[in-house]
Design a protein around this ligand. Structure first.
Ligand SMILES: C[S@@+](CC[C@H](N)C(=O)[O-])C[C@H]1O[C@@H](n2cnc3c(N)ncnc32)[C@H](O)[C@@H]1O
Length: 282
C-alpha cells in the first residue's frame, strides 16, 4: 500500500461518515502513524506504508469515524509555536485562542520588569504556557477548577521546561486567588447550557466543564469582571475570549469608573470575540 492510495481511501471513508475536512484529517493520521511530516505524504505519494503503520492508521481512522477530535487521537495540538499535549481531560485549544494569546502578548510588551500573569481556566495550559515561553521574565498563575485539567497543564509545563515559573492553583473562583497580577487572561467556558445538547459529537467529547458557561454562557466572565479589579495591579489588563455577541454585552457592563481602554477585538473570522480592558490607575 502506498501513502497516496491509503490517503485517498481514508479520505473517502471519513467523508462518507460526515467527518469535516476528511483529507487533512487522513493526512495527519497517516503522518502520525508513519512518523513522517504530513507534507512529505503529499510530495511523495508513492511512499510505502509498512504493516505496523497501516494498523495504527486504521485504528486512528476508526476513532475519527467515532467522532473523536483529531488532537485527542494524535495526543497533541500545536498552539502558536509550542506543541501542547491534549487528551480527554482538557479542551482542545482552538485557533481563535491563539489570537487571544497574541492580544495578551501585545499587552505584556507594553509592561516592563517582572511580569505576573494569571490564566483563568487554564485547561491544557496553552495560553499561559505560551506566554511564559514568550516572556522569560514572566511568572504564571495557572488557575483551574478541574484537577484533571490542572494535571495536564502541569505535564505540559514540565515538558516545555517552564514548571519553575508556574504556580498551579485549583480554584473555582478568582476570589481565593492571591493578586495583584499584571494580566488576567481567560478563555472561560462560554456556551449557554441550553445550547450544549445540540453541539457536534466531536465537541461533546470534550469536558463539559470546559464548555458550559451557565444560563447565558457568561457565568465565569461576569465573575471575572466583578473580581478582577481586586486582583489586578493598577494599569493591569483583563483580556477574555467569548462567543459572538457576548463580548460587546460584557464590555458594556464594565464601568468607566473602573476600566479604561475598553475595546472588543474581532477574530480572523470577523466575530467580535475578545474583550480587552485596563484597570484605571485612579
Ligand atoms: C474553554 S476551556 C479553556 C481551556 C484553555 N484555557 C484553552 O483556552 O484551551 C475553559 C476551562 O475553564 C475551566 N473552568 C470551568 N469552570 C471554572 C471555574 N469556575 N473556575 C476555574 N476554571 C474553570 C474548565 O475546566 C476549562 O479547563
Amino acid at each position: 500500500m502506498t501513502a497516496g492510495k491509503a490517503l485517498l481511501e481514508a479520505a473517502a471513508r471519513l467523508a462518507a461518515c460526515g467527518v469535516d475536512e476528511p483529507g487533512p484529517n487522513a493526512q495527519w493520521l497517516l503522518a502520525d502513524a508513519m512518523g513522517v511530516p504530513r507534507l512529505r505524504l503529499l510530495s511523495e505519494p508513492g511512499l510505502p506504508v509498512e504493516a505496523a503503520a497501516l494498523r495504527k492508521f486504521k485504528k486512528g481512522l476508526v476513532l475519527k469515524e467515532q467522532g473523536l477530535p483529531l488532537a485527542y487521537i494524535l495526543g497533541w495540538q500545536d498552539f502558536r509555536d509550542i506543541r501542547i499535549k491534549v487528551d480527554k481531560r482538557v479542551l482542545v485549544p482552538r485557533p481563535e485562542t491563539e489570537e487571544l494569546a497574541g492580544l495578551a502578548a501585545a499587552f505584556l510588551r507594553t509592561r516592563s520588569g517582572e511580569l505576573l500573569a494569571l490564566d483563568y481556566g487554564a485547561g491544557s495550559g496553552a495560553i499561559g504556557l505560551w506566554l511564559a515561553k514568550e516572556f522569560p521574565a514572566l511568572r504564571l498563575k495557572a488557575v483551574e477548577k478541574s484537577a484533571r485539567a490542572l494535571a495536564c497543564a502541569a505535564e505540559n509545563a514540565a515538558a516545555l521546561g517552564l514548571a519553575g515559573r508556574v504556580e498551579f492553583i485549583k480554584a473555582s473562583t478568582l476570589e481565593t486567588v492571591a493578586g495583584p497580577v499584571d494580566l488576567i487572561v481567560s478563555n472561560p467556558p462560554y456556551i449557554p447550557t441550553s445550547v450544549i445538547p445540540g453541539l457536534a459529537p466531536e465537541v461533546l467529547s470534550e469536558p463539559r466543564v470546559a464548555l458550559d458557561g451557565g444560563g447565558d454562557g457568561l457565568d465565569i466572565a461576569w465573575m471575572l469582571v466583578r473580581l478582577a479589579p481586586s486582583k489586578l495591579k493598577k494599569n493591569g489588563a483583563l483580556i477574555m475570549e467569548l462567543g459572538g455577541a457576548q463580548a460587546k454585552k460584557i464590555m458594556a457592563a464594565m464601568p468607566d469608573a473602573v476600566w479604561k481602554e475598553k475595546r472588543t477585538h474581532k477574530d480572523l473570522n470577523g466575530i467580535e470575540r475578545f474583550v480587552f480592558a485596563v484597570l484605571n490607575d485612579k
